[in-house]
Design a protein around this ligand. Structure first.
Ligand SMILES: C[S@@+](CC[C@H](N)C(=O)[O-])C[C@H]1O[C@@H](n2cnc3c(N)ncnc32)[C@H](O)[C@@H]1O
Length: 298
């Protein structure tokens, strides 16, 4: 694997602790994997430039979930703070991509409530933060939002990335067919999220004929799958989503990176489809789950 840690060892048990970063390496059917427990930004800084063919990732959404780990992104006080945290990570991710590399970034949106007080409990998810959240504070989040307004997070991030040097090639709609319905009466329920396709340069690896169905060009209908995340609150994306990204954007035999790997979906699918994988996550329990899954398939 193209990381310092991976050059050190190919054992499938914890191989190294450098500062706060712990790394596990392994091989599965001839393809290598590495899981790094640490901050995406710090771990990415340690990876060699141009060592990755494709990135498939789903960062924490803005104020949607508390991953219970120091240094997590997603709980910034401002939209600007969230966008710049992602920009910094994606700038390092761009450096580690090969010249013809492609990134797929899955993002969902958040509503501004502006209610101004804490609710104390949330029956929908224990992982949602109960205190006064930035999106509940009055003041329009500093960008003049009216209460109940959709913030437009995915496009704010995508446009900032384009201004930062990424080539924004596609805004794929992931239609979450038969997903859990939202209980809202005064607007349509949400049934989709974005998967932005970004290239490092204007010429990049892309296999258009690998799109699964000519009707499904930039609108991908994918049913949620039973969660393969060991009951952890990682908000995994479906295998099918990762498979489609890799088919069109990553050569077989290439190296896939996910800087927010959670339960390890993207690395597992990379190995399943004849590629190598590198995953990063701050949460130790998630990393250990990912490692157990990857070791089990060796
Ligand atoms: C939406 S989840 C990813 C789920 C993943 N796609 C899966 O299939 O399980 C986002 C992940 O980002 C991690 N995370 C949050 N802040 C991070 C940071 N600064 N560096 C690395 N990982 C971070 C969280 O622990 C969480 O696992």
């Amino acid at each position: 694997m193209p990381t310092t840690a991976a050059r050190d060892s190919s054992r499938a048990t914890p191989t190294r602790e450098s500062g706060a970063v712990q790394t596990w390496n392994g091989t599965s059917a001839g393809h290598k994997w590495a899981i790094h427990q640490g901050s995406a930004l710090e771990v990415l800084k340690e990876l060699d430039s141009g060592c990755v063919d494709c990135i498939v990732t789903s960062p924490p959404y803005f104020w949607l979930r508390d991953y219970d780990v120091e240094g997590q992104i997603g709980l910034e006080d401002t939209v600007e703070g969230y966008v710049s945290a992602l920009l910094a990570i994606m700038a390092e991710a761009r450096r580690v991509l090969k010249r013809r590399g492609v990134a797929f970034l899955n993002l969902g949106d958040t509503y501004y409530s502006g209610k101004g007080k804490s609710h104390g409990s949330d029956a929908k998810s224990k992982k949602r933060r109960f205190g006064l959240r930035a999106v509940d504070k009055s003041g329009g989040l500093g960008i003049g939002l009216q209460r109940k307004s959709l913030i437009g997070i995915p496009w704010r991030v995508a446009l900032a990335l384009a201004e930062d040097g990424w080539v924004l090639r596609s805004a794929i709609i992931w239609h979450r067919k038969n997903g859990l319905p939202e209980f809202v009466r005064d607007r349509p329920s949400r049934t989709y999220e974005y998967v932005f396709m970004l290239a490092r340069n204007r010429r990049y690896h892309f296999k258009k004929n690998e799109l699964p169905d000519k009707i499904e060009e930039d609108l991908w209908t994918i049913r949620p799958q039973p969660r393969a995340n060991g009951g952890l609150s990682t908000a995994p994306f479906p295998d099918e989503l990762v498979k489609r990204c890799l088919k069109i954007g990553c050569p077989v035999g290439g190296v896939v990176l996910d800087p927010f790997v959670g339960s390890g979906t993207s690395v597992r699918v990379a190995l399943d489809t004849g590629r190598s994988g590198i995953g990063i996550d701050l949460n130790g329990a998630f990393c250990r789950h990912a490692v157990r899954t990857l070791k089990a398939r060796a």
